[in-house]
Design a protein around this ligand. Structure first.
Ligand code: SIN
Ligand code: FE2
Length: 214
């Protein structure tokens, strides 16, 4: 059973389950540098719809920055040091991204987190991500740090078995979710994003997922 939600009165910190926290508005103070760095990343490595191992086009458009990038094609899911579209290394992880991810992880109790991979997900209206575990990383010692920008979305945060009914968490621009330790392999996903307009990001939701993959 999911535990009751616990609120940290002054900090906008919501404990979800052991090892998982929602940091409301954590990135708002750094939004300008983060958005500026993101535009450079997507200019260098454009967002694209990858293909699932089963041959379907993903509704979420993706790209990466950092030493390793998550890729999917008909041969499977994996991390690769190169962008398969350009054959070039992924853009470097912007310092603003590393700082944000490291400080969010520390706030959630995971000190010393240094991501080597950042997956950028763009959800246009109707795009969704089915429940899955993040398990392509070399080990599961480091947490996952996930930043939401733009349109709101319902984040589904489940258990360690797919059948467990997920929490439904509305995530907004600037929110960060961190899960690690006992929560590291929990299933999660995103319900179909509803059409709208965000003053800063426009007509979509962007998610940055920071991981230690290698
Ligand atoms: C992911 O699981 O890779 C993305 C989660 C999200 O978009 O919030
Ligand atoms: Fe994920």
């Amino acid at each position: 059973m999911m535990t009751a939600e616990l609120f940290d009165a002054d900090a906008g910190v919501q404990a979800l389950v052991p090892g998982a926290l929602l940091l409301r508005g954590f990135a708002l103070a750094h939004e300008d540098v983060v958005v500026a760095a993101l535009s450079l990343v997507v200019a260098d490595a454009p967002l694209r719809h990858m293909t699932t191992p089963g041959g379907f086009r993903m509704s979420v458009a993706m790209t990466n920055c950092g030493v390793l990038g998550w890729v999917s094609d008909t041969s499977g899911y994996r991390y690769d040091s190169r962008d398969p579209d350009s054959g070039q290394p992924w853009p470097a992880m912007p310092a603003a991204f590393t700082e944000l991810a490291t400080s969010a992880a520390a706030r959630a109790g995971f000190d010393g987190f240094v991501p080597d991979a950042c997956l950028v997900n763009r959800y246009d209206p109707g795009a969704r991500l089915t429940l899955h575990q993040d398990r392509n990383e070399r080990d599961f010692d480091a947490p996952i740090v996930s930043l939401s920008l733009g349109l709101p979305a319902l984040f589904l945060f489940g258990g360690t078995r797919r059948a467990e009914r997920p929490l439904r968490l509305p995530l907004r621009h600037g929110d960060v979710v961190v899960w690690g330790g006992p929560a590291r392999l929990r299933y999660h996903g995103v319900a179909a994003v509803r059409a709208g307009h965000h003053p800063r990001i426009g007509a979509h939701r962007i998610n940055l997922t920071f991981r230690k993959a290698g």
